[in-house]
Design a protein around this ligand. Structure first.
Ligand code: FAD
Length: 431
């Protein structure tokens, strides 16, 4: 049974396009991809460009998951600073991660270009403002690390005055500007990619949830309510919506699904526009409970962050935390009319890295992007296609070593509420 898309800004401004078909008979293919979001479709794109056969099964509609609901920011860095990563894993590993973060954004740009996807893709940069002095020192250490260890002087720190001029708010101490950051219309990107794949002969089948996966000789058989697919390999690209499909399948317990929520204001007046994010770049701040925002082409302010982290409730009250945070950032917008409110689930891992690996013989997965999946899922799609093709990959800390189940997973909702409160206090009072 299909579940409707949320009433998001992205849905309201979506390009028109044909509906996808349902799996209504038994099929066979070389690689079955379960999940029709960025990860699944990026894997299909890479397999298709390698001339390999694949088929995508999506439980609901294309872009129904986080891929059709997110902020649309392709951020060329991880949540953790490179300098901190270098301390933890050594400079060589940090350097490999840095290259992958850049490749991730480049791969999105390349997909938009080669598939001619109409998704308002803009690569003007991304800002990471620091919510306190410690966070600013971390960003400065990153710029220093990039210069000394990667000979890369593209990113730079903006001081408090320049940050105020760019953002129109005094809540940040400074900011990290990387001109390689990008933003896009995520729903149009996801649907455009799926239509492009269909045009290249990749079957994209929606309203076709895989309910079980079992072995039959040297093939896997995925059952849906109206048909089955036999495949040599399977890619699980179900991220925060992962449910066990195999016997002894613990993938869903290796991540914690957390809701991220977004509100949009009414279009701002020209006076409000001058005072609200005048630089018009996408912004993701350094808080543990992150705020992210941008000006939309309609002149509305989109503001995202924590609403109800469990994603269980769906009423305007859930979004009040977000409205308060918006008013703290832009006091002149306090009480402004909110036009759209929506939420989706991100998958959080214990080490804040996404992970890619093998669950069983010829069954691969990639998931756990937190709030960094727009670009990283595109990278993971490339790597998943390499794994399916029998190649070795070097994901470093993003591999499956030590990617085990989250302790006390059954109590995750209580744990998340406690952690969210704790992070909120640290974000507010740490200097
Ligand atoms: C509100 C919000 C804002 C965000 N903002 C940003 C941002 O600005 N920048 C950024 O980098 N990241 C952001 N993210 C994170 C990013 O959207 C995700 O990391 C990314 O979309 C994950 O893509 P995915 O394809 O792995 O998962 P999804 O897009 O969630 O797709 C998984 C799909 O699998 C399907 N599925 C599940 N089980 C089955 C089954 N058994 N059979 C068939 N299909 C199945 C689901 O229906 C779903 O459509 C945000 C997320 C949210 C929710």
């Amino acid at each position: 049974m299909s579940v409707e898309h949320p009433n998001s800004f992205w849905r309201a401004t979506a390009n028109s396009g044909r509906q996808f078909s349902v799996l209504d008979s038994d099929r066979s293919t070389e690689t079955l991809i379960v999940g029709g979001g960025f990860t699944g479709l990026s894997t299909a794109r890479e397999l298709s460009s390698r001339g390999r056969e694949c088929l995508v099964l999506e439980a609901h509609d294309i872009g129904w998951g986080a891929s059709g609901r997110n902020g649309g920011f392709a951020v060329p860095r991880f949540k953790m600073n490179y300098s901190a990563l270098a301390l933890k894993y050594g400079h060589e590993v940090a350097h490999a991660l840095y290259l992958q973060a850049l490749e991730a954004v480049d791969s999105v740009a390349e997909t938009v270009e080669s598939y001619k996807i109409d998704c308002s893709f803009q690569r003007n940069g991304h800002l990471t403002p620091a919510h306190n002095h410690t966070a600013l020192a971390g960003l400065q250490a990153d710029v220093d690390w990039l210069r000394s260890r990667a000979s890369d002087s593209t990113a730079r720190i903006m001081g408090p005055d320049e940050t105020f001029e760019a953002l129109g708010t005094t809540v940040y101490q400074g900011a990290y500007l990387d001109p390689r950051g990008a933003c896009l219309h995520p729903f149009n990107y996801t649907r455009g990619l799926a239509h492009g794949l269909e045009a290249r002969g990749v079957p994209i089948l929606t309203n076709s949830p895989v309910v079980s996966l079992h072995r039959d000789g040297d093939r896997w058989v995925a059952r849906t309510p109206a048909g089955a697919v036999r495949a040599k390999s399977v890619v699980l690209a179900t991220n925060a919506y992962t449910q066990p499909l195999l016997p002894k399948d613990d993938l869903s317990r290796r991540v914690v699904p957390v809701a991220s929520s977004i509100i949009t204001t009414r279009p701002l007046s020209s006076h409000e526009r001058k005072k609200t994010l005048p630089c018009e770049l996408p912004v993701t701040d350094t808080r543990r409970l992150v705020s992210y925002f941008r000006i939309l082409p309609t002149g509305q302010l989109m503001f995202g962050g924590r609403g109800d982290i469990t994603g269980r409730r769906d009423d305007p009250a859930v979004y009040r935390t977000l409205e308060r945070q918006l008013a703290l950032t832009y006091p002149h917008l306090k009480g402004i009319e909110i036009e759209e409110r929506w939420a989706g689930m991100v998958a959080v891992t214990l080490d804040s890295f996404p992970h890619i690996g093998k669950l069983d013989d010829n069954v691969f997965y990639a998931l756990g992007y937190g709030g960094r999946g727009v670009a990283l899922s595109s990278l993971m799609g490339r790597r998943l296609a390499a794994l399916v093709s029998g190649e070795r990959i070097r994901p470093g800390p993003m591999g499956d070593d030590n990617f085990t189940t989250v302790p006390f997973h059954a109590w995750r909702r209580t744990g998340m509420r406690i952690m969210a409160r704790y992070y909120q206090i640290r974000d507010r009072f740490e200097r």
